[in-house]
Design a protein around this ligand. Structure first.
Ligand code: SF4
Length: 55
């Protein structure tokens, strides 16, 4: 059963277990975004910390 897309959270990471798959949205009600840098300066510095790989 496909989970409901959350249209407030667009996402193209189809390798994530929380991705809607049929559309480019997350299925979680909220996500946590963080950074792996001490001083983030560009988009590549940010991470979705709610990501979980598919089995
Ligand atoms: S948890 Fe993050 S990476 Fe995974 S589908 Fe949602 S927004 Fe995308």
């Amino acid at each position: 059963m496909e989970q409901q897309a959350n249209r407030s959270i667009g996402c193209t990471v189809k390798q994530c277990v929380h991705h809607c798959q049929s559309q480019n949205y997350c299925t979680l009600s909220q996500i946590n975004v963080g950074t792996h840098e001490t001083n983030p300066t560009k988009v590549e510095c940010t991470d979705c910390n709610s990501f979980a790989p598919k089995m």
